[in-house]
Design a protein around this ligand. Structure first.
Ligand code: URP
Ligand code: ZN
Ligand code: ZN
Ligand code: ZN
Length: 472
């Protein structure tokens, strides 16, 4: 009998710590050997001239979330995980969203039922809390954390999701007691409402003005408020999708004072700008780039790189939130033409996150390959209670591995995408570095762009308490 089901030979193994020339032996879905010359495998993959990295983990994706009357997200669990796999990922973390007036536990069961048997790669859910009733805070949340739902997201804006300061404090307090990690969407609700109405009165309603309705100061104020509330309650928080200098400096300010405040940024904030929302001469094509927080300007992109290089950000995610553009006037909402406020917020990005970040980061010399691994895989596993099962290459880890050709030049085109959206914000974007093979739980899942998995091959997995959550 062969010693290994699969051996990856001749590549450079990159982890968050270092890069070494090594072969990898895989058995029963796990890495069981690392060494100089691993032989005796049923199947061998030649990784000469390739980087052998832990599969990407995208800890911020939205799949099959309700998005308003008649508006359906462009991906279901099947297509979203297929797209993620094509883009070099072996794990995604979507959200189970509690709708107001409904039970959080029921939402979790619904999402889990939708995901099971449909996913190409492993997944695990965060929770979104929109209605922190005494029942949710007192019973449902503590029980869900014990069941492995060890992180939740809260919102400081959006009509149907916004929490009051009092509610934020209550959720933070439960997170501290139960040792969950809270992700916070920092944008101030009242300021956005005020700006939106002012812009609409002035007739400034095109998609471009989405950005003007929520400038950086709105994000900075909310970030500072979230940090202050977290300090009051003494709970660690993760500030997600930081878009520019103002919010980045809030996270850094907190970190410099020893507060347990973590940061996430996303592909759109290093590559897109507010001008993309102008579309062709301020037409609805700008809606393709509408997301929140919005892309800013080049100086903001520089600030985000500064934060990445200085370690202010632990995770680099996609915030994949896909809507179709065609057949509608701005991502499916017929009202979108009357004002930017009705354009569904979110862009597709799970498939392009890794190639764009590798190219802009590693290939352009802004970060090392080790930093890339930390920001796109290892730190996601560590932050969200998946480590040391996922997120690195070592004996005992699940064999979730992506082989990268660091010299391959490609141009991103919608026609090559697996995702369900009908456009990519990175159309025509040129990258150097491409994921050429993905191994998920020890099986070759993607080979040169071909998807070799069946829906259901990925499992919905339980997570441990985050080591970054409150101390016991
Ligand atoms: O515009 C965005 N980012 N939509 C997704 C929801 C969120 O706030 O992350
Ligand atoms: Zn958000
Ligand atoms: Zn999001
Ligand atoms: Zn094209």
């Amino acid at each position: 009998m062969a010693d290994y089901d699969l051996a990856i030979r001749g590549g450079t193994v990159v982890t968050a710590g270092d890069s070494v020339r090594a072969d990898i032996g895989i058995r029963d879905g796990r890495i069981v050997a690392l060494g100089d010359a691993i032989t005796g495998a049923t199947r061998e993959v030649d990784a000469t001239d390739l980087l052998v990295m832990p599969g990407g983990i995208d800890s911020h994706v939205h799949i099959e979330q309700p998005s308003g009357p008649g508006i359906v997200m462009a991906d279901d669990f099947e297509s979203a995980t297929r797209a993620a796999l094509a883009g070099g990922n072996t794990f995604v973390m979507p959200f189970a969203l509690q709708e107001r007036g409904k039970s959080l536990r029921a939402a979790v069961e619904d999402y889990k039922a939708s995901a099971e048997g449909r996913c190409h790669i492993d997944t695990a859910f965060h929770l979104i809390i929109s209605d922190p009733t005494p029942q949710v805070l007192g019973q449902e949340l503590p029980a869900l954390v014990k069941d492995g739902y060890t992180s939740f997201k809260v919102f400081m804006t959006y009509d149907d999701l916004v929490l009051s300061d009092r509610e934020l404090l209550e959720v933070f307090d439960v997170a501290r007691r139960e040792r969950a990690l809270v992700m916070v969407h920092c944008e101030g609700y009242d300021a956005i409402r005020f700006m939106t109405e002012r812009l609409e009165k002035a007739g400034q309603t095109e998609p471009y003005y989405h950005g003007a309705s929520r400038p950086q100061v709105v994000e900075r104020e909310a970030a500072h408020r979230a940090i202050s509330h977290a300090q009051l309650v003494d709970v660690p928080i993760m500030i997600v999708h930081v878009s520019g200098r103002e919010a980045m400096e809030q996270v850094k300010w907190a970190q410099d004072r020893g507060f347990k405040v973590y940061g996430e940024t996303c592909t759109q904030y290093i590559t897109l700008t507010e001008d993309d929302m102008k579309g062709l001469n301020m037409d609805m094509s700008g809606s393709k780039y509408v997301c929140s927080p919005p892309p800013r300007d080049e100086a903001s992109q520089d600030a985000i790189w500064e934060g990445i290089q200085q370690g202010v950000f632990q995770t680099f995610s996609s915030d994949h939130c896909p809507f179709r553009y065609e057949g509608s006037d701005g991502k499916q909402n017929p009202k979108a033409k009357t004002s930017f406020r009705w354009v569904p917020n979110g862009i597709p990005g799970v498939e392009t996150r890794l190639p764009v970040f590798f190219s802009e980061g590693v290939s352009k010399g802004r970060i090392t390959a080790e930093q890339f691994v930390a920001l796109t895989s290892t730190n996601h596993a560590r932050m969200y209670g998946l480590y040391p099962r996922k997120g690195s290459i070592g004996v005992g880890f699940d064999a979730d591995i992506t082989l990268w050709d660091p010299t391959c030049k490609r141009t991103i085109h919608q026609s090559d995408m697996q995702h369900g959206a009908d456009y990519t914000p990175w159309e025509g974007f040129e990258v150097t570095g491409w994921p050429v093979m993905v191994i998920a739980n020890g099986k070759i899942a993607m080979d040169d762009g071909k998807i070799l998995t069946e829906p259901g091959q990925g499992q919905v997995v339980e997570r441990d308490i985050s080591p970054f959550a409150a101390a016991p």
